[in-house]
Design a binder for this molecule. Structure first.
Ligand SMILES: C[S@@+](CC[C@H](N)C(=O)[O-])C[C@H]1O[C@@H](n2cnc3c(N)ncnc32)[C@H](O)[C@@H]1O
Length: 205
């Protein structure tokens, strides 16, 4: 589900950029390490702030960034114009139907996109499918607690059914063969969950 106008205002501003750069990315890096020379998928890339951080701060060599919303990709294309087509593939795409073969990426990044997906479990299945054995899944997500909290429940548009707590999100990831163990943290009193899981090499197709 695309963001409504109010959520776009909340996401496409300098405060969000500072939070993503100085809080979210360092926390995910602490949990999962760097991506030097690696091939990375970012799902729900929005205006591309996270994509740029994957190159600049984590050392990714190649990023495939997808988003459902062409209007967000328009911003991302401007921001990321300096990256060549061999470094960056930026395109419309759905995390529940990723246009890539099995075991394509060393890492997948999700900065707060999956809570927008009605069948979020299908997104986790797809992410597990495209991760290489031992590949890492970095996630920052928004839980059911936040989605149903006033005023966000009124101002922003999210699927309201079939949402998840931090524990339910981790459990689904682990069921798909991505081991998170204790490598995750709740923030905001359980409104947000951050973590990094590693694709199980034994269960890989
Ligand atoms: C809350 S925004 C986060 C954007 C960006 N990752 C950030 O942190 O600033 C959620 C993004 O996920 C995208 N999105 C929603 N459903 C999606 C889907 N099924 N597949 C890919 N992207 C999706 C939305 O268009 C939106 O850009």
């Amino acid at each position: 589900m695309k963001m409504n106008t109010l959520e776009k205002l909340a996401m496409n501003n300098p405060v969000r950029l500072l939070i993503q750069r100085h809080f979210e990315l360092p926390l995910l890096q602490k949990l999962g390490g760097r991506l030097d020379g690696m091939s990375v998928l970012e799902v729900g890339c929005g205006r591309g702030v996270g994509t740029e951080l994957l190159f600049k701060q984590l050392g990714a060599a190649k990023v495939h960034a997808i988003d459902l919303d062409e209007s967000m990709l328009k911003h991302a294309r401007k921001r990321l114009a300096k990256y060549s087509p061999t470094q960056l593939k930026l395109e419309t795409g759905d995390v529940t139907d990723i246009d890539a073969p099995n075991q394509s990426y060393d890492a997948v990044f999700n900065f707060a996109a999956i809570h927008h997906v009605p069948n979020w479990q299908a997104a986790v299945v797809e992410i597990a499918r495209v991760l290489k054995p031992d590949g890492r899944f970095f996630f920052q997500e928004v839980t059911s607690q936040w989605i149903h909290r006033w005023p966000y429940s009124v101002l922003f548009e999210h699927p309201k059914e079939n949402r998840f707590s931090s524990e339910e999100f981790i459990q689904e990831i682990e069921q798909q063969g991505i081991a998170v163990d204790n490598n995750w943290e709740k923030r905001g009193g359980g409104d947000f969950v951050f973590g990094v899981g590693r694709r199980n090499s034994m269960n890989s197709q």
